[in-house]
Ligand binder design. Sequence first.
Ligand SMILES: Nc1ncnc2c1ncn2[C@@H]1O[C@H](COP(=O)(O)OP(=O)(O)OP(=O)(O)O)[C@@H](O)[C@H]1O
Ligand SMILES: [Mg+2]
Length: 215
Amino acid sequence: MSQMLLEATCISHSFDYTLFTDIDFTLEFYESKAIVGRSGSGKSTLLHIFSTFMKPDKGNVRLFGGDLYRLKAYEIEALRRYHVGMIFQFHYLFKGMTAMENIEVASMLSGERIEESFLKKLEIKELLYQRIGDLSGGQQQRVSIARVLSKKPRLIFADEPTGNLDKETAALVMDVLLEYCKTTGAGLLLVTHDEEMAERCAKAYRLENKSLKLL
Ligand SMILES: Nc1ncnc2c1ncn2[C@@H]1O[C@H](COP(=O)(O)OP(=O)(O)OP(=O)(O)O)[C@@H](O)[C@H]1O
Ligand SMILES: [Mg+2]
């Protein structure tokens, strides 16, 4: 199998205005990259394109060596279920369920065991039996990260995973994500407006004037 986790070429997309044109991007096993950029520059859109959730106007995306737009629906579903971990900017947790039940759903679907150490490191062990609706935004964010890591993905897309967190907790979340990649060989693509967080990745880019530039 190719060592390349993600290989995107000539990606262009517009909504009301052109967000980006001819973007090339790659991510390998063990690699961490970050994208920063102003609000509205198209960071989340780019992440959705890379992670199977959106088709761009133009360009190609290969995930795990396979052309995304040639895959069958069930193959895309399998990618999402077993291999790709998507931490959404607006985390989608089941509000009526407890934190633990949310994490259990992910582990059941992927057939992976929940790793106690993630829960401990993310400092959510004490709130596992509270309902999601009773947790703060930052606590919910950490539960959603635990849920994604429980699937043991080989590729993690994280959209502002520290957006609701204070500096200290944000640093702790970054520690967990980077350590996960280091120990499992997974790749990480982080989108953030926090340059300090971005600089912790092996490479950081800015999405500006419709293209990506190395920071
Ligand atoms: N599904 C959609 N339909 C129409 N317009 C959209 C859609 N998704 C995003 N947009 C528009 O594309 C632009 C870029 O949005 P995007 O969410 O990618 O920005 P972002 O860089 O992630 O911003 P932020 O830092 O605020 O999260 C915005 O103007 C947004 O309104
Ligand atoms: Mg966004």
